[in-house]
Design a protein around this ligand. Structure first.
Ligand SMILES: Cc1cc2nc3c(=O)[nH]c(=O)nc-3n(C[C@H](O)[C@H](O)[C@H](O)COP(=O)(O)O)c2cc1C
Length: 216
């Protein structure tokens, strides 16, 4: 039982890994790939590709929410969403975004800051066409982030469109697709003993990546 909401004794010691000094010489993309592979192999992590995406609205208000990473390569990080959603509108106004991966069982956090841009329509089509039928209908049904009357409204629309699309193949709505986040900084965090955590940042400046160890 939590006493009067006091969480002062919620403490754990972090001892699962290290970031040695020679990591400084690696590419941040390589380190991301290696850590991601570790997360995929860890049976405690159900969705290793779930990441927190933070955006800034036109009123300069931040908002964070989870989205799923669907592709990672040297160009950056791709996720899919509705371009007319709250996040889509925020990115339209200011494409500086932050991605955060936290894998508690590995005591690892990765923070990526970069610029989000829509991927080519053909790539969004290809991904949309690869999705299960129900998810395709769901994307067509949902005007993501808009106010709706009831759950029933959604269910009814789903049934209607599901019937309609038994004869024809669902097509990607133009307002649904991918964003590629091109990183300009990475921070790798590994929990360590006595709160002396390891933090290694990489910054892209003047066409090259430079790295620094940060104080925990
Ligand atoms: C595990 C998980 C995965 C999610 N994946 C996505 C996703 O890939 N794309 C997406 O648009 N929303 C995804 N969502 C829903 C978002 O968190 C959010 O509710 C939605 O995108 C609307 O956000 P917005 O109104 O800020 O634009 C996911 C939520 C969770 C909890």
């Amino acid at each position: 039982m939590i006493q009067e909401g006091n969480l002062a004794n919620f403490r754990k010691s972090y001892e699962k890994g290290v970031i040695s000094d020679n990591f400084k010489h690696f590419s941040p993309f390589y380190i991301f790939q290696k850590w991601f592979e570790e997360a995929v192999e860890d049976k405690h992590i159900i969705e290793p590709n779930a990441m927190t995406l933070s955006t800034i609205s036109s009123e300069n208000c931040p908002k964070s929410r989870i989205v799923l990473l669907k592709k990672f390569d040297l160009d950056g990080f791709t996720f899919f969403t509705n371009y007319n959603s709250t996040k889509g509108k925020s990115i339209q106004n200011n494409n500086n975004v932050c991605l955060n991966f936290y894998w508690p069982s590995l005591e690892k956090q990765i923070i990526v800051i970069g610029n989000a841009n829509r991927i080519p329509q053909k790539e969004s089509d290809d991904y949309f066409n690869s999705r299960p039928h129900g998810s395709q209908i769901g994307a067509i049904v949902s005007k993501q982030s808009e106010v709706i009357d009831s759950r029933e409204f959604l269910e009814r629309k789903f049934i209607e469109l599901n019937d309609y699309y038994t004869k024809i193949k669902p097509k990607r709505p133009k307002n649904w697709g991918g964003y590629l986040v091109k990183p300009n900084s990475f921070e790798f965090w590994q929990g360590r003993k006595n709160r002396l955590h390891d933090r290694l940042e990489f910054i892209y400046e003047g066409n090259t990546w430079t790295s620094n160890r940060l104080s925990p």
